[in-house]
Design a protein around this ligand. Structure first.
Ligand SMILES: Cc1ncc(COP(=O)(O)O)c(C=O)c1O
Length: 370
């Protein structure tokens, strides 16, 4: 008997939907999920082992429910790198920024409420909205993937969403959102509802510009979310965090599961934060590789969206899936995000990027022939 999801009494809004699923294929060069290509340095691996061994001695006990030491170190990191004073009371941490976003939607969204994002953008904002019963509104972008401010303000005024997502630098397009646009959208969101504005800065360490953390001053309905998955090279750790007014941190406690952040995750993240300087050294290298990809892709003849992230969107293709397959057949996995005509490549090591550039040079020759 064929028994599937549709035979179960699942929620109506989940019927016929697909889960998040970037392919995890075993190919020589994987440039499809915006990971950092550099493994953690050996001294940090040693420090993680030490910290986890200490934590293991207390695994009979639940972990620190409020992750005080970790949040204190994250607050110090944010203050040091942004020049904006952030304290323990402003910071909350969870299992990846995906969980941070889920907790925010559980707190400020939910049944009968809505959230808006300006698409194409990070697909999980919409998927987590669906998972939390929050209605999803797809807001507009211009053809060059910048946010169409007038149309966005109009959409906010019309739909009066409870949560507004602004991803900067944006994924999958790579471009940053100007500070003035974020300020205007915040004002529009307050005038319409007021609603929470979540600035997703997952890639901010790779940006040519500054973090928007200083905008938190005097804006209690603003949240900045961050992750250790990208710049810190610790995607496997699953550690995301947010900075906001202390009232926001108090509010998300209402929905977080008790002891959600394991003692092992807290110990590992604390070890990584002791090595911030070494980890962020790779960021400079990745930024210059990202800039090289932009320059070389343009020289080959592709259209490329300006990038402030550790990845680059390039095109255009009559059929992006066929182009994706062509590159994959040459041993390089990039991402087809479903943006018609465009593909996305993550900046890897210089050798990985060379392999990618060789593959797309061949692709371009094929394209030009036909
Ligand atoms: C814009 C954006 N936000 C959040 C995330 C989720 O990151 P995490 O690994 O912290 O859950 C990603 C991951 O790709 C992302 O692109």
């Amino acid at each position: 008997m064929n028994f599937g999801i549709d035979d179960l009494p699942v929620r109506d809004e989940l019927r016929g939907k697909s889960p998040y699923g970037a392919p995890q294929l075993d190919v020589p060069v994987r440039l499809n999920t915006n990971e950092n290509p550099y493994p953690l340095p050996e001294p940090l691996v040693e420090r993680i082992a030490e910290r986890v061994r200490e934590a293991a001695r207390n695994l009979n006990r639940y972990p620190d429910r409020d992750a005080v030491e970790l949040r204190t170190r994250l607050a110090e990191y944010l203050t040091d790198t942004s020049g904006h004073e952030v304290g323990l009371a402003n910071v909350w941490a969870a299992n990846g920024s995906n969980e941070v976003i889920q907790q925010l939607l559980q707190t400020f969204g939910g049944p009968g409420r809505t959230a808006i994002g300006f698409e194409p953008s990070y697909s999980m904002h919409g998927l987590i909205a669906r998972g939390t019963g929050t209605g999803w509104i797809s807001g507009p972008r211009n053809d060059d993937f910048t946010i169409d401010l007038a149309a966005a303000e109009q959409a906010i005024a019309e739909h009066r969403p409870d949560v507004v997502f602004i991803t900067t630098p944006n994924n999958p397009t790579g471009n940053a959102v100007p500070r003035g646009t974020v300020l205007s959208l915040y004002e529009a969101a307050q005038a319409a509802k007021p609603s929470m504005v979540v600035v997703d800065e997952a890639y901010i360490e790779f940006s040519h510009g500054d973090s928007l953390l200083p905008l938190l001053e005097g804006r209690p309905n603003l949240v900045v979310s961050r992750t250790m998955s990208k710049a810190f090279g610790a995607a496997g750790l699953r550690l995301g965090y947010l900075a906001a007014h202390p009232a926001v941190v108090d509010a998300v406690q209402l929905v977080r599961l008790p002891y959600h952040l394991s003692a092992v995750a807290q110990a590992t993240a604390l070890a990584a934060l002791e090595h911030t300087d070494t980890l962020l050294k790779y960021v400079e290298q990745l930024k210059s590789e990202r800039d090289r990809l932009v320059t070389e892709l343009r020289a080959i003849g592709f259209d490329v969206t300006d990038s402030d992230a550790n990845f680059v969107q390039f095109g255009t293709f009559a059929d992006s899936h066929t182009a994706w397959r062509y590159i994959l057949d040459r041993g390089v996995l990039v991402r087809d995000n479903g943006v018609p005509g465009w593909l996305r490549v993550t900046a890897g090591t210089p050798a990985e990027n060379d392999a990618f550039l060789d593959a797309v040079r061949e692709l371009k020759k094929e394209q030009d022939k036909s």
